[in-house]
Design a protein around this ligand. Structure first.
Ligand SMILES: Nc1ncnc2c1ncn2[C@@H]1O[C@H](COP(=O)(O)OP(=O)(O)OP(=O)(O)O)[C@@H](O)[C@H]1O
Ligand SMILES: O=P(O)(O)OC[C@H]1O[C@H](OP(=O)(O)OP(=O)(O)O)[C@H](O)[C@@H]1O
Ligand SMILES: [Mg+2]
Length: 285
């Protein structure tokens, strides 16, 4: 059985389970379940605190896990990203009251509150800044108002939490993050269960493609085919089929969902007709 760690709460939890469900795996029915077996797919899911997942995976207790890239780096555990998943995108930044901290060097001798001590300590050491780090579990934005810290280092997505606390970012972004699949550092194709890991990754890649692409079909005159194919090159090349009407062909190609409407407009302008897009539910490339 493949053993997989899944976040049990927070921003990663819902989207991770939704993606696994889309990939054909059954998921726990209620949030108190800590382990769920999917017998048909021979997978056992362990619902763990997102911050702990890298530790289980690095020790080889679990084969793979879904977590945040920032949590992986923060843990310092011996695991690495094997597939980025495109959700829970965020940046990790310093912030303080406007004008209170001039820049990174100005943090020397000051106190920084964060839930990500590992990332902050490593970054400060790399930059040669000697500051104190105080660990808080969450809501770190409040630490400045209450006098616990001069600055914070925290996850920023829309910036709403910072604005609400009257804070602003300073310095370069410390890192970017998104949800990722992780595996023990040094794992190889020779590892027991590697074939199952690869199959799991192909399934998730299929979901990512299905979320990103749509299938486009249209008819166009043979003399416009080159121009049409330039608009819809597909992944390996579009499928071209003859039509019963003389001088017309049918074209089928995958296109990026976010570009579909523009491509339909351009194809129409070229004289293509019966232009259809359909969702892709699953795929193996
Ligand atoms: N507002 C957000 N937008 C996007 N990603 C976020 C956001 N907040 C946290 N994350 C990401 O989610 C992961 C952190 O998950 P975690 O469950 O520890 O924190 P959380 O989502 O803030 O939940 P909690 O309510 O338990 O603090 C990190 O990878 C982080 O980058
Ligand atoms: O830039 P924003 O869109 O506002 O998102 C960032 C905020 O989201 C997370 O907090 P969360 O709500 O999880 O609370 P927490 O501080 O208790 O973790 C994170 O810690 C930031 O505070
Ligand atoms: Mg949080």
């Amino acid at each position: 059985m493949l053993r997989i760690a899944v976040p049990n709460k927070g921003s990663l939890s819902g989207p991770a389970s939704a993606m696994l469900h889309e990939a054909g795996y059954s998921q726990r029915k209620e949030s108190k379940e800590l382990v769920h077996v999917d017998p048909d797919n021979e997978v056992e899911f362990f619902y763990l605190r997102p911050k702990d997942i890298a530790i289980y995976v690095a020790q080889g207790r679990l084969d793979i896990g879904i977590t945040g890239e920032d949590l992986l780096i923060d843990s310092g555990a011996g695991a690495e990203t094997i597939l980025p998943l495109g959700f829970a995108r965020s940046t990790f930044r310093f912030a303080a009251k406007p004008g209170a901290v001039a820049g990174l060097a100005d943090l020397a001798g000051r106190t920084i509150a964060t839930s990500y001590e590992g990332i902050v300590a490593k970054y400060l050491a790399e930059k040669g800044v000697d500051a104190s780090v105080v660990h808080l579990d969450g809501a770190v934005e409040t630490a400045i108002e209450l006098g616990v810290a001069d600055a914070i280092a925290d996850v920023v997505e829309t910036g709403t939490s910072l604005r609400n606390a009257g804070l602003e970012v300073f310095g370069d972004p410390i890192m970017k993050s998104e949800a990722v699949v992780i595996r023990r550092t040094g794992a190889t194709a020779a590892d027991e269960g590697d074939a199952k890991v690869q199959q799991f990754l192909r399934r998730l890649q299929g979901v990512l493609v299905a979320r990103t692409y749509v299938m486009m079909d249209y008819d166009c005159r043979a003399e416009h085919l080159d121009a049409a194919v330039a608009l819809t090159p597909g992944l390996e090349g579009p499928t071209i089929s003859p039509l019963h009407s003389e001088g017309w062909v049918a074209v089928r190609a995958m296109v990026l969902a976010k570009e579909a409407q523009r491509i339909m407009d351009d194809l129409y302008a070229l004289g293509a007709r019966a232009i259809l897009t359909t969702a892709i539910h699953a795929c193996r490339l």
